[in-house]
Write a protein that binds this ligand. Structure first.
Ligand code: 8YV
Length: 324
């Protein structure tokens, strides 16, 4: 019997056709709401699900009793209850590595854009305000030679740090559960407690995964520790930061500026003050969003699900215990 694979989207025709040669592939009728009534019939028979931003609940798992693997087209899996999957023997696969450099590029885009006020001044020019030589009112801050504080020092954090240290001569500080001696040697990076890092860094860049320990890791007290000239960057998950505290810190000059690719609620509600603030560069979660990288992520997820459904070890398996 052919196994059944449910596809939520984002796969190329080639990727779909390769998977269709091996499995009975059903495209989700409603790709936006996983537990929508019209999806129930395909989920009921599914052995595998592939897609991104999958909001998995125990009820949904109950409704898909044959499920063997979920392959998310993302590195993050904060919307998926891993323990619940493991308990049921369902594998969870993600797409690390292939998006590391692209997401680090996004981080550095935000560092540069906030420090040099690139978006604000481009809009100023567009509005016809460039009528004499610019002066201090348009000046920004240097990036090179400054101190970059990485909150989280996994693959993406290290890639941002490498850009800072090797490309911009920055001093790198990092806070992380475990020390990273190889990176300390390579980049001259120094490990700090979070509070020390916040106080010393010119740029604080968050790259930790979202979980129970990191939810609202950065709030009023943490912003208060930063320099008033400090610039805050978040390319991790919005919920790592207390967004109300961030708005207050930006409005009251507690910190200078913020570059944000992620928000507590996505898409960002129109009522959010953040994109309208001149000292904020807000992007619509573009972290990994290049043609090349999204293609590579989809390919990795397709490879993961193919291997898992054929009884082989997937390339990127989150819960090893579920592999039998
Ligand atoms: C997007 C990401 O979440 O991989 C991740 O964890 O944050 C991004 O790549 C992904 O595109 C899902 O929409």
């Amino acid at each position: 019997m052919q196994k059944r694979l449910v596809v939520q989207g984002r796969l190329s025709d080639d990727q779909l056709s390769t998977l269709s040669d091996l499995f009975k592939v059903d495209v989700l009728p409603n790709p936006n709401v996983l537990d929508a009534p019209e999806n129930r019939a395909v989920l009921a028979g599914a052995h595998g699900i592939i897609g991104s931003g999958l909001a998995i609940t125990p009820a949904l798992l109950d409704a898909a009793p044959q499920l063997e693997v979920i392959a998310t087209i993302s590195v993050g899996y904060d919307s998926i209850p891993v323990d619940e999957l493991t308990k049921r023997g369902i594998m969870l696969c993600n797409t690390p590595d292939v998006l590391t450099e692209t997401t680090a590029d996004t981080g550095f885009t935000l560092i540069m854009a906030t420090a040099r006020r690139a978006v604000e001044l481009a809009e100023w020019l567009q509005a016809g305000k460039w009528q004499a030589s610019i002066g201090p009112a348009q000046f920004g801050s240097d990036v090179h030679g400054k101190t970059l504080g990485m909150v989280g020092f996994g693959r993406i954090g290290q890639a941002v740090a490498r850009r800072g240290a090797l490309g911009f001569g920055m001093q790198v500080l990092y806070s992380n559960a475990s020390p990273k001696p190889a990176l300390e040697r390579e980049l001259g990076a120094q490990r700090r407690e979070l509070n020390e890092l916040l106080a010393e860094a010119d740029f604080v860049c968050v790259t930790v995964p979202l979980n129970a320990e990191t939810e609202h890791l950065i709030g009023t007290d943490e912003f208060a520790l930063m320099k008033p000239s400090g610039i805050f960057i978040n390319i991790a998950r919005g919920k790592v930061v207390d967004e109300t505290a961030l708005v207050n810190a930006l409005e009251n000059g507690v910190i200078k500026a913020a570059g944000l690719d992620v928000f507590e609620q996505e898409p960002l509600p129109a009522s959010s003050p953040l994109p309208k603030m001149p000292n904020v560069v807000a992007l619509p979660h573009i972290g990994s969003a290049t043609h090349e990288t999204r293609e590579a992520m989809a390919q990795r997820a397709a490879d993961n699900v193919r291997l898992a459904l054929l009884g082989k070890h997937p390339i990127s398996l989150v819960n090893e215990e579920a592999y039998q």
